[in-house]
Structures are given as structure tokens and as C-alpha cells.
Design a protein around this ligand. Structure first.
Ligand code: SF4
Length: 353
């Protein structure tokens, strides 16, 4: 009897191969922002008549992970009240993180001393939702744009500051001869350009855009989004772009984070996520995005979500989406899904891989 020693060479499965290719592709990129298990909980005073009753916890952000690479845009999407703005504010330190890490170029912003944090503010700037309300009505456009420059570089001469402000106004499409006007003399789109100029004057690495186009007309929205894209290309900026409109997010993002009731329900590269949305909530959001082809638009079935967003003070047990999920099972009430998948595409659902 002859015995043959067969040496089997193990071939990697297609899933392993795909994960390897993804790993190599991501290794080439420079990781700027790495958010790990970020939580922002607020204590809400109890309405009970008893003085010893405990305050309630409002879980505005409840364990979100996300990454942003250099020169890319992370789109954050979800309906009003899902925690997008609190998430953005926690990154820049406008609200305090209860737990988790915000790693900025390898350093945790949540554990930095005030002096260090102030230095980092030069690198991270923010644009706000209401362009007019975010500008000081008593200051001229020139003074508004110059303010961060004067604060961080007090030794600059007036002439130098003015020259830099005029150059920045030109870059964002504002005529430099309006430098002495006041915010109320401008339209919403122009006010947002002033906000962008102010955010850019320190030459930051990243800008957090908190619903920058929600308050604008549709035609002006496109102008502002295109301006941000142009500036990003020219200056190598990274953006965190928050919106409740998925079509705007699709247009500008390289990576997308879908949030629901303070939780990340789906996350990944924009192409992978839009080509194959996995979470029922993302599918519902995407079904509402208009399709430019009238035939396809008429044939489209919009997946309506039943009910309202539950209160973050008293979220549902198990999966937070279960009260509105069309495929929920009894298990969804008992077990909280964890986000699973790769950096390219990950989802938080018990029934979807
Ligand atoms: S875990 Fe259950 S309730 Fe949550 S999204 Fe998945 S199927 Fe729906």
C-alpha cells in the first residue's frame, strides 16, 4: 500500500481576498480623524416631585465610530434629532464627550489640555447651519473674516490682515470691495460664503460643515456645495459634511455615516454604500432620493417609515430602530446589534451581514 503525502496549499477565500485588497488600498491613505466609541450623554433634570429622584440620561450620541482620511469628505446623514450635530460638535469640542476617543492625527482631542486644544482649533474649523445667525451683525464682513487671524496671529500688521482677508474673499467668490459692509446686506448664499471664508482664513486641515446648505434655496445649495468641492480640491481640505438630504451627501462624500437615534447604523465608502445599502433605515432614506430619469422616478417605490423618531431619553430596547423597522423580529427587542463589516462597508443589524 502506498501512502501519498498530499500537501494542500490553502487558497484564500474570495471574502479574505477582498478584505486584503481593501486593507492595502486603505493603507495608502493618510488617516486624519479616527473616532472610537464616541458617546455624548446629557443629564436631564427629573420632572418628578421627589427631590431624590435621579436625572434622566439623554443619549444624543451613543458609541459612534467613524474615520476620515486626508483630502476626503465624510458625509453624516440622518433625520432631525438623530444626533448628527451633537456628533460634529463633540469632534471640535463644543460639547464634551462623555466617553470615547476623537483621535486627530494620532492625538486624542477629548483628553487634551485647553492650551493644546486651542492650538488644534487652527487645524479644525466649523461652518454653521444658519449663515446669517452665525455672523456677528455688528461687525463688518472684513472684521468677521479677520477675527480668527487676529486672535491666533496678533503680530500681523493691519495691512497684512486686510490683504489676506481680501484674497480669501476673492477665493470664495465675494467681491473684495464689499469688505466694509454688514451681514444683513447679503443674501443667505453670500453669508454662507462669508462663513466659509472665515473658516478658511487660518488654513485649516479640516472643516466641519454642520448642515451648511439646509437653510438655502436649492439653486444656491448647489453653488455652495460646488464651492466647497472646488476649495477642497485646491487646498487639500478634509470635510465632515452633515446633512439630512441624502442626495447632497451623495454628491459630495467619499465616506458616509448613517445615524439613527445617536447610533451609527451604516458606515462605509460612498460608492459601496450607495451601490448596495444594507440597513433598512438607509434603504428607506435612499428610496426617497429623487432619480433624474422621469420613467424610473415614476416607477420607484418609496419605503415609508412608520411613526416618529423615539425619544433619546427613553430609546427602545435592543435595536434602536426596531419600532420602525419593516423586518424586525422578536430578537431585535432583546439584543442590541453591533456594527460589523470592514472599513469599506459596515452595518449594524442582526439580520444583515
Ligand atoms: S436589528 Fe432588527 S430591528 Fe434593527 S435594523 Fe436589523 S432587523 Fe431591523
Amino acid at each position: 500500500m502506498s501512502i501519498t503525502n498530499e500537501v494542500k496549499t490553502e487558497q484564500p477565500s474570495s471574502v479574505e481576498l477582498k478584505a486584503k485588497i481593501e486593507k492595502v488600498a486603505l493603507a495608502d491613505k493618510n488617516l486624519l480623524l479616527d473616532i472610537k466609541n464616541l458617546k455624548v450623554h446629557f443629564n436631564i433634570a427629573s420632572k418628578s416631585a421627589w427631590p431624590w429622584s435621579k436625572p434622566s440620561k439623554l443619549k444624543a450620541v451613543d458609541g459612534v465610530n467613524a474615520r476620515l482620511y486626508e483630502g476626503e469628505t465624510l458625509g453624516v446623514v440622518g433625520e432631525s434629532g438623530c444626533g448628527k450635530s451633537t456628533f460634529a460638535r463633540a469632534i471640535i469640542g463644543l460639547v464634551e464627550a462623555t466617553e470615547g476617543e476623537v483621535m486627530w492625527l494620532g492625538q486624542d482631542l477629548t483628553r487634551m489640555q485647553a492650551v493644546q486644544k486651542r492650538e488644534k482649533r487652527k487645524e479644525i474649523q466649523m461652518i454653521f447651519q444658519d449663515p446669517l445667525a452665525s455672523l456677528n451683525p455688528r461687525m463688518t464682513v472684513g472684521d468677521i473674516i479677520a477675527e480668527p487671524l487676529v486672535t491666533f496671529y496678533p503680530k500681523l500688521s493691519k495691512a497684512e490682515v486686510k490683504a489676506k482677508v481680501k484674497a480669501m474673499m476673492d477665493k470664495v467668490g465675494l467681491l473684495p470691495n464689499v469688505i466694509n459692509r454688514y451681514p444683513h446686506e447679503f443674501s443667505g448664499g453670500q453669508c454662507q460664503r462669508i462663513g466659509i471664508a472665515r473658516a478658511l482664513i487660518l488654513n485649516p486641515k479640516m472643516i466641519i460643515c454642520d448642515e451648511p446648505v439646509s437653510a438655502l434655496d436649492v439653486s444656491i445649495q448647489a453653488q455652495v456645495v460646488n464651492l466647497l468641492k472646488e476649495l477642497q480640491r485646491e487646498l487639500g481640505l478634509s470635510l465632515v459634511f452633515i446633512a439630512h438630504d441624502l442626495s447632497v451627501v451623495k454628491h459630495i462624500s467619499d465616506r458616509v455615516l448613517v445615524m439613527y437615534l445617536g447610533n451609527a447604523v451604516e458606515l462605509g465608502e460612498a460608492d459601496a454604500l450607495f451601490a448596495n445599502p444594507k440597513h433598512p433605515y438607509t434603504k428607506a432614506l435612499m428610496s426617497a432620493v429623487p432619480i433624474p430619469d422621469p420613467k424610473k422616478e415614476r416607477a420607484k417605490v418609496i419605503q415609508m417609515l412608520e411613526g416618529d423618531l423615539p425619544s433619546p431619553i427613553n430609546p427602545p430596547s435592543g435595536c434602536v430602530f426596531r419600532t420602525r423597522c419593516p423586518i424586525a423580529t422578536a430578537q431585535c427587542a432583546e439584543q442590541k446589534p453591533q456594527i460589523k463589516g470592514t472599513d469599506v462597508h459596515a452595518v449594524s443589524c442582526l439580520l444583515v451581514d
